[in-house]
Design a protein around this ligand. Structure first.
Ligand code: IMP
Length: 198
């Protein structure tokens, strides 16, 4: 399989840059959905895989190029996996300080003492003629008692990965990528690329 150009199904410049950096060594050109003036695809699925697949397949059919999409979120076990696929929407107006406050309040009200949680990321690579590859990454950990740290984004300040006593917001970007859900899903995608390009 040859990949000269891949469309990233995101309008988030941070994510687009991450994909560009990752695909640079493979000499694959990364174009964003925005650059091609493709519309946003609504995340109507109920699982990370459904949403990633929906975005990648819709855009691949529209633009005739391989498309890469991701969906990710934080799943808290004592809250039956919430906010999960609704992680971005859980925070009012994407105010994650407020979102973290709400989540900590929900957790302290729940009768369970369980603070275990995980971040999940699913990447979908869809081909214009049909066919879609799925790559998944997950990192287990615990919800901290209060937010700590200033790096990262979203729910990073309240997530402590298993085996560490720091939150993701107290990790450098590189150190977080080594163990994060997104880093692990990227790793699988890279293995697939290496095998396809060999
Ligand atoms: P989406 O994948 O862009 O739909 O959004 C996923 C949402 O999950 C983000 O807005 C964040 O709130 C949350 N999320 C996903 N990955 C991370 C992460 O690595 N750190 C913190 N929050 C994350």
């Amino acid at each position: 399989m040859k990949f000269e150009k891949i469309v990233v199904a995101s309008h988030n410049q941070g994510k687009i840059n991450e994909f560009k950096t990752m695909l640079e060594p493979y000499h694959i050109e990364v174009v964003s959905a925005g650059e091609l003036e493709l519309p946003d695809v609504e995340e109507t699925g109920t699982t990370f895989e459904e949403n990633a697949r929906l975005k990648a397949e819709t855009l691949a059919a529209q633009c005739g190029l391989p498309c890469l999409a991701d969906d990710s979120g934080l799943c808290v076990n004592a809250l039956d996996g919430r906010p999960g696929v609704y992680s971005a929407r859980y925070a009012p107006n994407r105010d994650f300080n407020k979102g973290m406050e709400m989540l900590l309040a929900e957790l302290s009200k729940s009768r369970s003492k369980d603070r275990s949680a995980y971040f999940a990321c699913v990447l979908a690579l869809a081909m214009p003629g049909g066919g879609c590859q799925i790559f998944e990454g997950r990192v287990d950990g615990e919800i901290a008692l209060e937010p700590r740290g200033a790096a990262g984004f979203g729910y990073d300040p309240i997530f402590v990965p298993k085996g560490y006593d720091r939150t993701f917001a107290e990790f450098s970007k590189e150190a977080k990528n080594q163990i994060s859900h997104r880093g692990r899903a990227f790793g699988q995608f890279e293995n697939f690329l290496k095998a396809s390009l060999a």
